[in-house]
Write a protein that binds this ligand. Sequence first.
Ligand SMILES: Cc1cc2nc3c(=O)[nH]c(=O)nc-3n(C[C@H](O)[C@H](O)[C@H](O)COP(=O)(O)OP(=O)(O)OC[C@H]3O[C@@H](n4cnc5c(N)ncnc54)[C@H](O)[C@@H]3O)c2cc1C
Ligand SMILES: NC(=O)c1ccc[n+]([C@@H]2O[C@H](COP(=O)([O-])OP(=O)(O)OC[C@H]3O[C@@H](n4cnc5c(N)ncnc54)[C@H](O)[C@@H]3O)[C@@H](O)[C@H]2O)c1
Length: 483
Amino acid sequence: MTTDAGNEEDRTTRAYDVVVLGAGPVGENVADRARAGGLSVAVVEAELIGGECSYWACMPSKALLRPVTARADARRVPGLRQAVRGPLDAPAVLAHRDDYTSHWKDDGQVGWLESIGADIHRGHGRLAGEKRVVVEGPDGALTTLTARHAVAVCTGTRAVVPDLPGVADARPWTSREATSAQSVPGRLVVVGGGVVGVEMATAWQALGSEVTVLVRGEEGLLPRMEPFAGELVREALEAAGATVRTGASVSAVHRDAAGVTVTLDGGDTLRADEILFAVGRAPRTDDIGLDTVGLEPGSWLDVDDSCRVTGSDWLYAVGDANHRALLTHQGKYQARVAGDAIAARARGRAVDDAAWGAHSATADHAAVPQVVFTDPEAGSVGATLAEAERAGRRVRAVDYDMGAVAGAGLYADGYTGRARMVVDLDTETLVGVTFVGPGVSELVHSATVAVVGEVPIDRLWHAVPSYPTISEVWLRLLETYRG
Ligand SMILES: Cc1cc2nc3c(=O)[nH]c(=O)nc-3n(C[C@H](O)[C@H](O)[C@H](O)COP(=O)(O)OP(=O)(O)OC[C@H]3O[C@@H](n4cnc5c(N)ncnc54)[C@H](O)[C@@H]3O)c2cc1C
Ligand SMILES: NC(=O)c1ccc[n+]([C@@H]2O[C@H](COP(=O)([O-])OP(=O)(O)OC[C@H]3O[C@@H](n4cnc5c(N)ncnc54)[C@H](O)[C@@H]3O)[C@@H](O)[C@H]2O)c1
């Protein structure tokens, strides 16, 4: 290890090989790989070690949703459904969620970062020119960190709240409140039909709220997935008692003692106890000193496939901050790639940044998997049919009704779901796969392996799914393709 972490005379300047700005899942993993490569690492964190994912995103949202999908699954099994007729025990679900976020304390993750030998600097970090980061501690004290080799910006995102009349005074929920609320609102309006919108609508409707989802335009729910994903999730949300309104744009919000009034374009109004804006994310790069290194504050950072910022040989941007894929698993993949690339470059070792090389996050372009944990679940990897066509590929979509799969019928009485694989007709390999239905989340990785491995259809034919499992949908898709 090459650390020389400061000296007694000047306690405010410390030198490391690598400085990581932001200790979400991505920053933690950059640190881990750089340490594994023998480099000294400082990690700067303004809030909680573990980031958005651990405290206000993946973990709490999935802790809220797991009882919802487990109950729904149980209700679809004859002989079991009568045992699970009642409502969810909302206080118990919220308490379980609190346990999953370690009650918003980060001691466990601090211990892990320390165990890998990274130094933690608490406070807000800002770049101050090339390879320098100034950390403003909770007490206002300033510490300058210098990096011999690299600075990695892993500062993630925050929720966007549209600048509408009355919004600030209405104290709307963002994903943070939606994942950490301590009581169930009577009526909840959710603005936005993307992933956060549908997951949180599913959770809070099941926990007892009367939920209305407002989707502007006619794009429907989950617009980045195959259209049938949003359609099936919408049907299920409505069957659960939620209202989904398309073509509904919010023009103003007003809070008074009785709750929130939401005004729509056209003049309609809705009353609610809370309003959640789930309309996308903005990069947390507005106050990190980007101007001191010639970059635009508040911008997403453009990177190459080793996550090095375009035009720089020392600045990296990894995870949400580079906008390649706003997902924890994909950000951690980038972190492994970037951390290893930083170490290789620092040591003067060969860098393998060709497509699919050890130092290239190639899968970001070809095979990003995602699971939406609604009931039904929606899971996909790679391109949708529309995306593949837009990219100019000669493709064919093969669809199958998952309810016709024996294992699916056993899993859930009256199983409703659909699968699609998008086949590149020139290579006879898969470029995208989507499954929608109960229990499909665990199928997604099989599709990821097929897409990343570019496994030819003729070879996939020999990958025999066990009988009777939901995976038999693979056989049915292949049979449909081969006619
Ligand atoms: C409600 C919700 C549910 C989600 N569910 C899933 C899911 O199920 N699966 C999935 O894969 N993804 C999910 N995501 C996305 C996932 O949360 C993000 O992709 C992931 O958190 C990105 O990790 P990151 O480390 O890049 O950023 P973050 O997790 O945002 O961490 C960034 C860290 O940097 C710190 N920071 C920022 N600026 C500074 C600064 N100047 N100085 C010091 N520290 C700073 C922040 O405090 C934070 O701790 C969800 C997102 C939301 C909103
Ligand atoms: N299970 C998961 O993997 C999971 C769960 C939650 C979030 N995430 C990640 O977090 C990211 C953010 O999720 P999100 O749902 O906030 O964003 P999103 O981009 O997925 O969806 C936002 C939706 O809001 C709409 N919208 C934008 N501006 C609007 C406005 N002014 N009024 C009304 N609607 C508006 C958009 O058209 C879009 O449909 C996603 O990209 C996703 O990858 C992942």
